[in-house]
Structure formats: C-alpha cells, structure tokens
Write a protein that binds this ligand. Structure first.
Ligand code: PHE
Ligand code: NA
Length: 509
C-alpha cells in the first residue's frame, strides 16, 4: 500500500501553514477591518478572539489531523462516523471559495503588469469597474444576472494562476507545496518589510498611523461600561470573523495540512509560531497600508477617512491612486505591492485546493494525478464565471454568505461535535505528549464553552442582520440564488457524499 505523503521537515510544515494563513486577508482585509472597528481599540477583541478561539481551534485541528492522518472528512470520521458530513461540508465550502479567490489573484497579476506604466490612469475607480472588470449596466439592479461576456484580460491571468497551482499540486506535499512555501514565504516577508519601510518614511505617514492606532474604546464596550456604540458587539463579531478567515481555521485546511506531519512531531509550539507569524504579518501590512494612506491624505489635502476605502476598493482603487502620487519609483513600488498580493494569495490558494484533492484521494482511493486533474479542471472551469462582467457582483454576494453562514456555522458544528461528543482531553494529551510545551485545561474550557457560545451568538446576530437589511441593497432574488442557495447546497450535498459512498481507502478506521 502507498504510504501517506509527509512534510520533509518541521520548518517545512510551519512554512506551508503560514503560507496558507498569510493571504489576501492579511493585506487588504485586516487594515480596513481594524480601521472600521475602533482603530487601536480593535486589538483588544482581536487578541481576545485569537486566544479564546483562534489558537484553541488551530491546536484542535492540528490534533485531529495529526492523529487522524487523513483529509478533513476522513480524520473527522475516524473520530466518529457521524462527523463525516461536517468534513464534506467544509470541503464544499472550500470549493466555493476557491473559485472566486483565484479571480482576485488574477486581478493582482494584471495590476502587477499595469504597475510598470501606471496603466490605471488618474481615475482608478472608473478603470477598475469600467475598463478592467467591465461591469455591465447597474451592478445592484442587474445583481449578477447580466454576465456581459468574458473579459479576456482577466481570463488569461486566471489561466496562468491555475497553471502555477497545477504545477505545484501535481508534485505533491514535499516536492510541491513544501518547496514552494520554503521559497516564497521568506521572500514575501522581506517584500512586506521593504514596502513598510518605504511607506512609513513617506511624508504624512504619521497621520495615517495615528488613525489606525488611536483607540476608540467607546466603540468596543457595551453602554454600561461606558460604550458609545449601540452595536458594540459587531466589533467583537468582526474580530472573530477576521481570526477565523485569517488563520484559515474551520474550513478543513489545517486538518488536511497537519495530516501530513510526522506523528512524533510537535504541534503546540508550531501552532503558536504559525498564529503569531500570521498576526505579525497582518500588523506589518496594516502599518504599511495606513502609512501610505496618511501620505495620500496629506499630499492631496484630504481627510484620512476620505482616502481609506473598504473591501476590494482598498487594494485595487486606493492603492493605484497612492502609487500614482509616489515621489519616485512609482512603478517599482506598485509592482512590489501587487506581487506581494499575488504570492500571498497563491500559497493560500494552493492550500485550499489541496483540501479538495486530499479528500477525493482518501475517499475514492484516487492517485494524486487523477485527483489533481479532476479538481483543478473543475475548479478552473467554474472560476471562469468570475471573469465575466458580473464577476465582482457574484463574488461580493457569494463571499458574504459563505463567510457569515458557511465558515462560521461549520466552525460552530466543529467545536460542538468534537468538543462535546469526542474525547478532547485525549486529543490534548496526545498533542502534549509530542510537543515542546504542554497545553492546560484552559484549552478544554475554550473549546467546550467559550468558543461555542461566541459562535452561537455570532450566528444569531448574522441571521438577524440578514433578515432586517438586504446585503448591500441587492434584490432578494439575487441574494437567494447566489447566497442562500449556494450555501444551502454545500450543506445538502455533504450528506450524500458522506453516507452514500463507502470509504475506498485501505487504511480503514
Ligand atoms: N488565511 C487566508 C487569508 O488570510 C484565507 C484563506 C486561505 C482563504 C485559503 C482562502 C483560502 O487570506
Ligand atoms: Na491570514
């Protein structure tokens, strides 16, 4: 029987895990999430979420994968056959995310090339939505139904990203993923440090940093503790959401990656190293981004709040504008920034596609080659829809629903099923036995009590908000089709996948 693949070294595993964690979420998502949620004060809920949910779930998933020795469905079903559906739900969530995540990387590839001649011109917003994405008609009224044809200048970089992903995945764990992480992750950190050094030495950088770091405690506290924000809890929800997305937890990735580690190798220390590297990178990115925004505000005589934007706009509208205004070397700085975005996204994409590959290899005993061909083929084909004029609207709706109702609820089920119905003290003891340091009972309390409570509250609030206000004002039929139906389908398809097919894997249980 073929041996399960393994990471070559412990550092290789950690770098691959960091490669998955450090992604688009660190560079464009984190800075605006901090900014929107109380600036410096946001760091309190953020660290709280890291210690109460982020690291505990990370160590749980490392434990499940390390001893389960399988993709998420296999490792979970080795804990209990009744948990297998959850593994497939996570796998299908990964499938949905893969198809749109790759298109954002494709945009970054285009923008890398545009940097050299500052092709986006003065009106960077009109360039993004008009010239580049080619959104037809009115985005909100059309709401994704008016595809408006293929955009070849998005499709070509998309194909290139898929080719690069295929190249790595077909080589497998050690010769593919580990190798690419060992090369690219150190380069990425150096690039980010260069970007930050340049940004903080720009005139006006301090103004941006003040905005980022000045704490607004009123925003994060309930009224009876002196809070001024009636929706103070939304800040805490945002902190948990960022931690989940950023650490790549609760969607099968870390279970899959840890199923390839040497069974006798430390996990606790690796988990802490990985979590703090990711958060450190996130801080660096936020400092760089806000220093640059401060420079832009001062040099154009406007307010920081008028320069900063959220979502896609930050990386693809605001940044090109800032790069235009650079004193020297505009193109070089632009290329450096977008290349960092491409590399960060690429190593994350690899990890999420590996989840799909591993689960099919395990369940149907496919060779890596067959699984990679099938998975990359199907994902690449589906991802073409995001290169049409409607792509960004579809992406916006799908991303919102899969994050708020897919990942969060799958995470809730994970802590409840495993925390309440499996022997998690044994998972902890097993982890402690091989690790550099031991993790105490606080971990059980987080997994069994604190995390489920917080996630339950988040889910309740997310439903409430969804039914009181149409997301971004989109019409109901669009939210139903691209939101509820897609998330619902991932959950429904998980059950037949889990229980209609027998495990073909020889290892059994
Ligand atoms: N951790 C990633 C990030 O911060 C999130 C992610 C990983 C998303 C893998 C998709 C796939 O961007
Ligand atoms: Na991240």
């Amino acid at each position: 029987m073929e041996q399960r693949e393994q990471w070559g070294t412990r550092a290789g595993f950690i770098l691959a895990a960091v490669g998955s964690a450090v992604g688009l979420g660190n560079i464009w998502r984190f800075p605006y999430v901090v900014y929107e949620n109380g600036g410096g004060a946001f760091l309190i809920p953020y660290f709280f979420a890291l210690l109460t949910a982020g690291i505990p779930i990370l160590l749980l998933e490392f434990g499940i994968g390390r001893t389960g020795r399988g993709s998420s469905p296999l490792s979970l079903s080795r804990l209990s056959r009744k948990f297998e559906w959850l593994g497939w739900w996570q796998v299908l969530i990964c499938f949905v995310i893969t198809t749109y995540y790759v298109s954002i990387i494709a945009w970054a590839v285009s923008y890398f090339f545009y940097s050299f001649n500052l092709n986006w011109g003065e009106d960077t917003k009109a360039f993004l939505f008009g010239t580049y994405l080619g959104v037809p008609g009115d985005a909100v009224t059309d709401s994704g139904w008016n595809l408006g044809g293929l955009r070849w200048h998005i499709l070509l970089p998309l194909i290139a990203v898929w080719a690069g992903t295929y190249y790595v995945l077909i080589r497998g764990i050690k010769k593919g993923i580990e190798k690419v992480s060992k090369i690219f992750i150190p380069i990425l950190f150096v690039m980010m440090i260069l970007i930050v050094i340049r940004a903080v030495t720009l005139p006006g950088a301090g103004v941006g940093l003040d905005h980022l770091l000045t704490p607004d405690f009123g925003k994060i506290m309930p009224g009876f503790l002196g809070g001024t924000n009636p929706e103070w809890y939304s800040v805490w929800i945002a902190a948990y959401g960022q931690i989940f997305f950023s650490l790549s937890i609760a969607f099968a990735i870390m279970i899959t990656y840890s199923s390839y580690i040497d069974k006798k190798q430390d996990v606790n220390n690796s988990g802490f190293i990985m979590a703090f590297s990711n958060c450190g990178f996130e801080f660096l990115a936020a400092i760089g981004v806000f220093a640059a925004i401060g420079f832009m505000a001062v040099s154009s005589g406007s307010e920081v709040k008028d320069v900063a934007a959220s979502g896609v706009g930050l990386a693809f509208v605001v940044f090109p504008k800032i790069i235009n205004a650079f004193p020297t070397l505009n193109g070089t700085f632009g290329a450096l920034f977008f290349l960092a975005l491409v590399i960060a996204g690429y190593t994350s994409l690899i990890s999420i596609v590996e989840v799909l590959i591993a689960s099919l290899m395990d369940k149907f005993r496919l060779s890596r080659k067959a699984a990679v061909n099938g998975v990359v083929g199907v994902c690449a084909f589906v991802s073409i829809v995001y290169t049409t004029g409607a792509g960004i609207v579809l992406l916006d709706i799908v991303d919102h629903f899969i994050n708020n109702f897919g990942i969060v609820i799958a995470g809730l089920f994970e802590v409840i099923l495993v925390g309440w119905f499996a022997n998690i003290t044994r998972i902890r003891d097993d982890n402690n036995l091989v690790s550099d340091f031991r993790v105490g009972t606080w971990w059980n309390i987080m997994i069994i009590g604190v995390t489920p409570l917080v996630l339950l509250f988040m889910t309740f609030k997310n439903f409430q908000l969804e039914f009181t206000k149409a997301y971004e004002g989109y019409p109901f039929h669009a939210l139903l089709t691209f939101g509820w139906i897609i998330v619902g389908a991932t959950l429904l398809i998980a059950f037949p996948l889990a229980y209609l097919f027998k495990w073909k894997t020889q290892e059994g249980f």
